[in-house]
Design a protein around this ligand. Structure first.
Ligand code: MF3
Ligand code: CO
Ligand code: CO
Length: 318
């Protein structure tokens, strides 16, 4: 839409009529990173937990060159890791309440992982300082848990990855923080969450043996745009196994990533859906990704397994 060059008549037009309808009041705060408590030292990892290769150095370690077909033993390891990730996400989600600091969510996730004999995969992965990503409102992803207390009307993505039985399982959901879910002021947030959850399932519906990896993003983008939202192209899903991130890349948007799915492949689908700009900025801390216009986004993630006949969600609620 271009601006009119006949400015005076346009002003007159508006002055003779009622004001345009007010845009709905902003029901959320713009989040800026707060104080981050010291990183848990490697010496605090319990001896019954087998950590991934990067726990000391931060260097990810080996991952395959191309999408890997897993052995039955590796698939069994993936099932263990993925069901634990889901279980911890369910417990952590209970903390998405007004007044709870995101660092308290991190403490709970660390404790739950250790109690289960797992390592919280984000901890020191490429230097990430905490056990979980907590991304609130205008934070798109990779938010670092800190001293900020959640406020009524916030939306928070909690992204849990754990390493156990030699494998990683990865899932996330976005939650509305409120004691009054049904109120009209939350309608925009509810709608964003619904479309973002739908986007993940549209992606999963594209999976099965012989299907193109690239088909996932195409279908997701078509759905999200038809609902009036934008996908965030900067962040993709990924192959996952004994490594946290590897091939294939699973785009949330139209793409030409090569290759087809085979039974025994495992990867994540995790489209970010924005109600404003599809672009992102990464803050000084090298992790926190925010929207350039302070708009909110939501994200849901599953780890899936391609089977002989279709696809299985490994991080499904039991
Ligand atoms: N869990 C995120 C994902 O879905 C990755 C976070 S990387 C970290 O891929 F280092 F921040 F943990
Ligand atoms: Co994740
Ligand atoms: Co992931």
């Amino acid at each position: 839409m271009s601006l009119s060059t006949h400015r005076a008549p346009v002003r007159e037009f508006w002055s003779r009529r009622k004001q345009p309808p007010p845009s709905p009041p902003q029901t959320f705060s713009i989040v800026r990173p707060q104080e981050v408590s010291p990183q848990l030292p490697a010496s605090s990892i319990p001896s019954h937990v087998a950590p991934p290769p990067y726990y000391m150095s931060g260097e990810p370690g080996p991952s395959p060159e191309s999408p890997e077909v897993k052995t039955p033993e590796a698939i069994a390891g993936m099932r263990t890791a993925c069901s634990l990730a889901r279980q911890i996400l369910s417990e952590a989600s209970q903390l998405a309440r007004p007044g709870v600091r995101t660092q308290e969510i991190d403490e709970a996730v660390t404790r739950l992982a250790f109690e289960a004999g797992a390592y919280p995969s984000p901890l020191n992965y490429r230097g990430f300082p905490k056990s979980v990503c907590t991304s609130v409102n205008n934070v798109v992803c990779h938010g670092i848990p800190d001293s900020r207390a959640l406020e009524d009307g916030d939306i928070i993505n909690i992204d849990i990855t754990v390493f156990i039985s030699g494998h990683h399982g990865d899932c996330s959901e976005t939650y509305l923080v409120t004691e009054h879910e049904e109120e009209e002021r939350h309608a925009g947030a509810r709608r964003l969450l619904e479309v973002a959850r739908g986007a993940l399932h549209v992606g999963i519906d594209q999976c099965g043996p012989g299907r193109l990896f690239s088909g996932i993003g195409g279908a997701i983008q078509k759905f999200v745009n038809s609902e009036g939202f934008k996908v965030i192209p900067a962040f993709t899903g990924h192959g996952i196994g004994s490594y946290f991130h590897g091939p294939p890349d699973i785009y949330p948007c139209r793409n030409s990533y090569p290759g087809r799915m085979l039974p025994g492949m495992t990867f994540t689908i995790e489209p970010g859906v924005s109600e404003g700009s599809p672009n992102i900025l990464v803050l000084e801390d090298k992790w926190t990704a925010v929207s350039p216009d302070h708009s909110r986004s939501a994200q849901f993630e599953h780890t899936v397994l391609v089977t002989e006949t279709g696809v299985e969600i490994l991080t499904q609620t039991n």
